[in-house]
Design a protein around this ligand. Structure first.
Ligand SMILES: NC(=O)CC[C@H](N)C(=O)O
Length: 337
């Protein structure tokens, strides 16, 4: 009977990439001072015996880094491994442990390029496992619970932090010291409590099975960079980024993705030279950049990122540019994804 129940459990693979969830500090009081990316995936799994009641879990160490150091090559490597596993008949769900700094970028990337309806859950923690009230154990337990559930199929890439189930598209790291760090301007999709998920809403944007992008067709990602805006900003960064070969520049604008009068002529000139200009916003609770509202985008042939923050806009721009360099097509993609 025991054997029968075991075989009925879902098969979940945990792909470990590093971050605080694999971090270690000198003492239990070190909740903020520690080294990320220290603990291996097998040790993470061994630390949560309760996982074996949720799923048949196995781990793979894909990389061991702090996520601020992730490269486009790392993203592609991870994306390809996720795709191989998703294609495998004996894998029912995939969990990725990740540093929280760029977790939202990786989750959105996978949401765009993985052609599967199997659950893909990205998870991290705010405190290392060695700290008092470490959050990684429960976050990972929740990730495996969601990854092994039938209900998580077809909902795009998800993030389980602080008992919430968030859309990988919408979620963003809003604060770097609280365990309640990941928020979405549009709210979580659900909750996970004691290994059971409770769903309240569905993502409305195109993702995974319904996406026109496929990791299998992406050989490399183009150079897309971000320039930050503020009072007294100059055009130096924009020019330098274009000079170094950026195919698109994400304007991390103030407010409605607004552009300083000192920068407008430079962005017009860069666009004429073939660089795509994508207006986003760095306002904290979520930008909402509208076309032709703050700047005449039609006239300048610029694109708006709408509600995507600058770092998510960079991800979509890179993926989109593997298919088209037409600004109208890019704008369509920015509305649809
Ligand atoms: N909470 C974290 O995971 C941050 C640790 C590290 N900066 C990273 O992103 O990997």
């Amino acid at each position: 009977k025991e054997v029968e129940t075991q075989t009925k459990l879902a098969n979940v693979v945990i792909l470990a990439t590093g971050g605080t969830i694999a971090g270690a500090g000198a003492s239990a009081a070190n909740s903020a001072t520690y080294q990320a990316a220290k603990v291996g995936v097998d040790q993470l799994i061994a630390g949560i015996p309760e996982l074996s009641k949720l799923a048949n879990v196995r781990g793979e160490q894909v990389m061991q880094i702090a996520s601020e150091s992730i490269t486009n090559e790392n993203l592609l490597q991870l994306g390809r491994r996720v795709s191989e596993l998703a294609d495998s008949k004996d894998v029912d769900g995939i969990v990725i442990t990740h540093g929280t700094d760029t977790l939202e970028e990786t989750a959105y990337f996978l949401n765009l390029v993985e052609k599967t309806d199997k659950p893909i859950i990205v998870v991290g923690s705010m405190r290392p496992g060695t700290a008092m009230s470490a959050d990684g154990m429960l976050n990972l337990y929740n990730a495996v619970a969601v990854a092994s559930s039938k209900e998580a199929h077809g909902k795009g890439v998800l993030v389980t932090m602080n008992d919430e189930i968030q859309s990988g598209r919408d979620v963003s790291k809003m604060i770097n010291i609280k365990t309640e760090a990941f928020k979405s301007a549009w709210g979580p999709l659900g909750m996970v409590v004691e290994g059971k998920s409770y769903w309240f809403r569905l993502p409305a944007k195109r993702h995974t099975m319904d996406s026109e992008f496929d990791i299998k067709n992406i050989k490399s990602l183009p150079d897309v960079e971000i320039a930050y805006s503020y009072g007294n900003v100059s055009d130096t960064a924009y020019k330098a980024l274009a000079q170094s070969g950026a195919k698109a520049i994400i304007h991390a604008g103030t407010g409605n993705g607004s552009v300083s009068s000192r920068v407008v002529p430079t962005l017009q000139a860069l666009r004429k030279d073939g660089v795509q200009i994508i207006r986003s916003s760095h306002v904290n609770a979520g930008g909402f950049v509208l076309r032709n509202a703050e700047q005449p985008d039609d006239k300048y042939d610029w694109v708006v990122a709408h509600d995507l923050n600058p770092q998510k806009a960079r991800i979509l721009a890179m993926v989109a540019l593997t298919k088209t360099n037409d600004s109208k097509e890019l704008q369509r993609m920015f509305w649809e994804y």
